[in-house]
Structure formats: C-alpha cells, structure tokens
Design a binder for this molecule. Sequence first.
Ligand SMILES: CC(C)(COP(=O)(O)OP(=O)(O)OC[C@H]1O[C@@H](n2cnc3c(N)ncnc32)[C@H](O)[C@@H]1OP(=O)(O)O)[C@@H](O)C(=O)NCCC(=O)NCCS
Length: 222
Amino acid sequence: MDVGENVKIIDSREENKRLIEQTAAILYESFKDVSEAWPTMEAALEEVYGSIDKDRISRIAIIDDEIVLGWIRGISMYNGNVWELHPLVVKTEFRGNGIGKALVRNLEEQVEKQGGLTIWLGTDDEDGSTSLLNIDLYEGLHEKIKNIRNIQRHPYEFYHKMGFIIVGVMPDANGIGKPDIYMAKRVLILSPQNRKINKTFFKDRPRVNLSFKETGLTYKFT
Ligand SMILES: CC(C)(COP(=O)(O)OP(=O)(O)OC[C@H]1O[C@@H](n2cnc3c(N)ncnc32)[C@H](O)[C@@H]1OP(=O)(O)O)[C@@H](O)C(=O)NCCC(=O)NCCS
C-alpha cells in the first residue's frame, strides 16, 4: 500500500471529534487483546482526550485530511528534559508503510523544539516475544540486554532501528518473569542543518558549553 505523500502529521485537537474518535478506535482495536490498558472504547477515548494538554505532545498521522493512520504521544517529565513516548500505534492495515517511523521522527522534532533532550519509552514483554521473558534479570543483566533476541516481532527492534537503545529493564513489571524494557534516545540533533537551531536554543542556557569539532557539534554540561 502506498500512503506516501498524502500523509500528514498534525496535532490532535479537541475540536476535531471525528479524528479523535478514529484515534481512540485504533488504540482500542490494537491493544484490546494484548493489554489491559484500554479495555473499552470509552477508556481509549478518555486517553486520547486526556492527551491534549500543555505538558503533552499528541500527534496523529492522517491521509486525505480525514482518515487517521496512527497516533503518538509525548509526556513531559524531568522539567521537560525528558519526554516519555506513550503510546505509539499505527492502524493495523497501514503497518509496514513507514507511518510509525514518521510519527517517531515527528515527535523527535516536536520534543526538540520544546527544548527536550531525551525521549524514553517502556515496551513490555508479556508473551515471550523477546529473550528477556522468564529469565532472572537480577543476574548478568547487561549481558542479557546485550544479547537480546527478537523472537516474535517485538517492537523493541523497531525502536532500535529508530536510534533508541535499551537503557534498562523493570523486572517482573507485568508479573513474574514479564519485564518492561526501557529504551531511550537523545533528541539533541547533531546534524549540520540543525546546528544553527541548537546554537540559538543553547544561547539562553548558560549551563551548556558548545564547541565544534570537524566531526560535529559537541557540548558539555557544566
Ligand atoms: C510498532 C508499530 C508502531 C510500527 O509501526 P509501522 O508503521 O508498522 O512501522 P514502520 O513501517 O515505520 O517500520 C519502520 C522499520 O521498523 C521495522 N519494524 C516495524 N515493526 C517492527 C517490529 N515489530 N519488529 C521488528 N521490526 C519492526 C520495519 O520493518 C521497518 O524497517 P526498515 O526501515 O528496515 O524497512 C506498529 O507495528 C504498531 O502499531 N504496533 C502495535 C502497537 C505497538 O506495539 N506499539 C508499540 C508499543 S511499545
């Protein structure tokens, strides 16, 4: 399916009820069999409406200005330095077309604009989709993380492709042997075209010292 150029990523807004309802339906349909987070359509609707807040970033991918393909939300933490990505969901029949990737990139841009430094997320393994299920994570954790295997298309690999790394786990988060896998990514963009933006951004932040090397921007917190 080619969704290409007709896809736009926009803010989810309260006044746009039709788009909100579609977003909630995607959330409900996608998670009803795998998680207890949104067991009803009402719970999903409440979640989407609750995302429209100044400490949150709520973005939807739409096609032809009226069909929602996916949703991503960022939640501000640590005084805005860190944003939690939760949730990310793409409508089933549109998966595998780069929509998830586009939503994550878009959230990164939005977080960077707001001065955020890190995006993190938790991605559960409750059904053995990874090699971290049902093992003792209190022993040799770092080796186990290093050697993680994707057994059944667990989304950690999707995030890994997007530049996130595993920064830890919460053992037994979903019951004995069922961990939550924590991943994070620095959103401070180091590419040459973004240096100017970052320079302006850092100017009013005396705690950060900027310096440039041939290889790119480096910075030091003092
Ligand atoms: C995970 C999800 C958001 C990915 O969205 P998507 O639009 O299908 O992903 P994309 O098409 O942008 O994929 C980007 C890349 O990641 C890869 N990828 C996507 N899902 C993957 C998975 N589950 N496991 C491994 N790789 C995956 C794609 O193959 C693609 O790789 P490529 O760039 O090498 O071609 C989507 O599958 C989804 O909504 N799943 C259900 C909800 C969910 O699990 N959310 C995450 C909870 S933490």
